[in-house]
Design a protein around this ligand. Structure first.
Ligand code: COA
Length: 315
């Protein structure tokens, strides 16, 4: 598409550039005042976001976020460790994996940088009502989608029917990157993984091996790694229900959409004509994946029912 000088949207593009430019400048000034390289500050911001979103941050993950090679990331992490902002720890469940844990000093630094501007932004937002902020959010999310560096096009996804070995691998993903409540029917203390919760996970998945009870569960493998689960539960001869979850670090990269596309192909092969799913209006990622695959969404208050006729072309 050619850019038309008269396009009203251009004004918004320039405004976004001014905001990001100004924030970048503030970041560089703040980094210099605290003896940090601007990239070190960017790394700390990613690590603080990961801590808030409970994403396990590894050096490999950080090198993807910063688009730096592993030698540069090692040097950068060394600097942050020396300055007391980050610690390298061994993952308790996988001793080969190194995790980067931000220290309280980094949180204080982050707040010293963002605190003032965050407070001022929040105060300015009170000039808008909920509906206006909802539109602002949708607009900013779309702009973020356009510029984000880590959005691969159509990741290669395979669905692997669950067996004992795959279930164990899936459990490792679940324990590292999800809560029990996200991945199976409720267990006591569904926020924390305990040996009992791990056994409940095994039992729950075992009870659906080989399509038992009309439900086939698949591990979702993306670019060679297990990332989560998607299921197809037969409701009638021509209708099936679906649901899925992905580990936190796999979300938002198109894997959910690709897994749903793959499930549609599986369903079509066994004669299913409609796939249905239940979600909530706040689950933008689930609704986005369903919509992109051709589902019609019907809202009932906060509940959303998705119906995906098989045979409708997906984009
Ligand atoms: C729901 C889930 C499986 C979706 O998979 P995903 O790989 O994260 O989703 P995708 O990256 O394929 O994105 C799907 C769409 O949602 C959008 N999206 C993704 N993450 C988003 C977010 N956090 N906020 C807003 N939109 C988002 C994408 O832009 C995409 O829309 P588009 O096709 O119009 O570009 C995954 O996010 C997840 O496991 N969530 C937690 C468990 C859960 O909620 N399961 C569903 C229960 S119904």
């Amino acid at each position: 598409m050619d850019v038309d000088d008269g396009d009203a949207g251009l004004e918004l593009v320039y405004l976004l550039r001014r905001i990001t430019g100004r924030l970048d400048l503030m970041g560089s000034e703040f980094a210099a005042a605290n003896g940090l390289h601007p990239t070190d500050l960017r790394a700390l911001v990613h690590l603080l976001d990961a801590r808030r979103e409970e994403i396990p941050a590894t050096p490999g993950w950080l090198s993807g976020k910063l688009a730096l090679n592993s030698a540069s990331v090692t040097a950068l992490v060394d600097r942050l460790v020396r300055a007391g902002y980050v610690r390298r720890t061994r993952d308790n469940r996988d001793r080969r994996r190194v995790l980067l844990t931000v220290q309280d000093e980094a949180v204080r630094l982050g707040w010293a940088f963002f605190g003032g501007v965050t407070r001022d932004m929040l105060a300015a937002m009170r000039e808008f009502d909920g509906a206006e902020l909802g539109i602002a959010r949708r607009f900013l999310e779309r702009m973020h989608d356009v510029v984000r560096a880590d959005k691969p096009t159509d990741p290669v996804v395979r669905l692997l029917p669950l067996d004992e070995a795959t279930t164990e691998r899936l459990l490792t993903v679940a324990v590292h990157e999800a809560r029990p409540i996200d991945v199976m029917p409720p267990v006591p203390d569904g926020d924390t993984w305990t040996p009992a919760a791990e056994n409940a996970f095994r039992e729950f998945h075992r009870s659906h091996f080989h399509g038992a009870h009309g439900t086939v569960m698949y591990a979702v493998e993306a670019e060679g790694s297990l990332t989560g689960m998607i299921r197809m539960a037969r409701v009638s001869t021509d209708e099936a229900e679906t649901g899925m979850w992905l580990g936190r670090s796999a979300r938002g990269k198109g894997i959910g959409t690709a897994a749903l596309r793959a499930l549609v192909a599986e369903a079509a092969a066994v004669g299913v004509r409609t796939i249905v799913a239940d979600s909530t209006s706040g689950n933008a990622a689930a609704l986005g994946a369903l919509r992109t695959c051709g589902a019609t969404l019907t809202h009932h208050g906060d509940d959303v029912r998705a119906e995906l006729p098989i045979g409708v072309p997906t984009r």
